[in-house]
Design a protein around this ligand. Structure first.
Ligand SMILES: Nc1ncnc2c1ncn2[C@@H]1O[C@H](COP(=O)(O)OP(=O)(O)OP(=O)(O)O)[C@@H](O)[C@H]1O
Ligand SMILES: [Mg+2]
Length: 301
């Protein structure tokens, strides 16, 4: 539900409100960094565990600012051709074939290296866009350092040089969000150019609010109980602790199961929604399942 407020928000509260209006509940530092990103024009590097709302923040910012979201999903082996631009070889070939024989190579060459034969990839799209966009470079830690170096150049100059065509300069300044799961250490050079936001698991109250936003039919008391249990599970030494995404899934599952409390049996039956490794399931079931069998005062301790 994109709304169209003024392009540069006037305060941190305004950004927080705007994000809430599109269904994203920001913490204090999230609202601050998002505000700074809109005012300073610097890219934001968002790091944190899986499923804490890194990607969603970029979507929400785009929705709130009424901007298009251009997304570059990173993966191992991602190269410039897929991130910046590439020539549309097939179309170029067809163009050459269609040319009557006798036309000089120079004339054809001028033609096939024109904009019409260029395939713009996300970075190019964001830079060349006439309307300001939000550029999400998702999971930057999956790429290698060479790619990062290329990205640095783009992010510092906001321009791309194409040998055959010339310089493509940005007409509008995109808001850039990079996300990372920390699977490798990013270079200092990249960090230096970015504002930094560490997104962690939310506080109890905010997580309850997030869960209720995504599963509004869930009773408030049950939502609180659910988040308490999830946060308890997160304290254990797990391979993959449950994220906000799992809390939301669990809330929806409980609704479908028609559960009105989280007792030991309900918990055991739906545990695989929360944790997804065999060893984690065993550990959680042993530690938390047992507690749920106890009275709620005991659980609180
Ligand atoms: N602050 C928030 N307000 C509303 N919903 C949220 C918030 N944080 C997370 N969510 C919800 O949690 C889910 C997971 O978020 P998201 O996909 O952005 O996580 P992520 O940090 O990008 O994870 P990954 O590292 O696995 O990509 C989404 O469904 C999102 O809607
Ligand atoms: Mg993500």
């Amino acid at each position: 539900m994109p709304v169209s407020p003024p392009p540069a928000p006037a305060s941190i509260d305004e950004v927080a409100e705007g994000l809430r209006a599109v269904g994203y509940l920001p913490g204090e530092s999230t609202a601050l960094v998002a505000y700074l990103a809109t005012r300073l024009g610097k890219p934001v590097l968002v790091e944190g565990p899986a499923g804490v709302g890194k990607t969603e923040l970029a979507k929400a910012l785009a929705g709130y600012l009424g901007r298009e979201l251009v997304r570059l999903q990173c993966y191992e082996g991602l190269d410039e051709a897929k991130a910046l631009y590439e020539w549309n070889y097939r179309k170029q070939l067809l163009r050459i074939q269609a040319e009557a024989s006798g036309t000089g190579w120079d004339a054809v060459q001028d033609d096939i290296f024109g904009e019409e034969f260029l395939l713009a990839r996300p970075l190019m799209t964001a830079i060349a866009s006439e309307q300001p966009v939000v550029l999400l470079i998702d999971e930057i830690d999956k790429t290698d350092q060479e790619f990062e170096a290329m990205l640095l150049e783009v992010l510092s100059d906001f321009q791309i040089s194409i040998p055959e065509l010339g310089l493509v300069e940005s007409r509008t300044h995109p808001i850039v969000l990079l996300t990372s799961n920390n699977s490798r250490e990013l270079t200092e050079a990249l960090k230096r150019r970015c504002l930094y936001l560490w997104l962690d698991y939310p506080s109890l109250e905010r997580e309850i609010e997030i869960v209720r936003l995504h599963a509004p039919e869930l009773d408030e008391k049950l939502a609180r109980r659910l988040v308490e249990v999830v946060q308890m599970v997160r304290q254990l030494d797990l391979k993959k602790p449950p994220s906000i995404a799992e809390s939301i899934d669990w809330a929806r599952t409980l609704l479908l199961m028609g559960a009105d409390d989280i007792d030991r049996e309900t918990f055991e039956r739906s545990i695989s929604i929360l944790v997804k490794h065999r060893t984690d399931i065993d550990l959680v079931s042993e530690r938390v399942g047992v507690k749920l069998g106890a009275t709620s005062e005991e659980v609180a301790r």
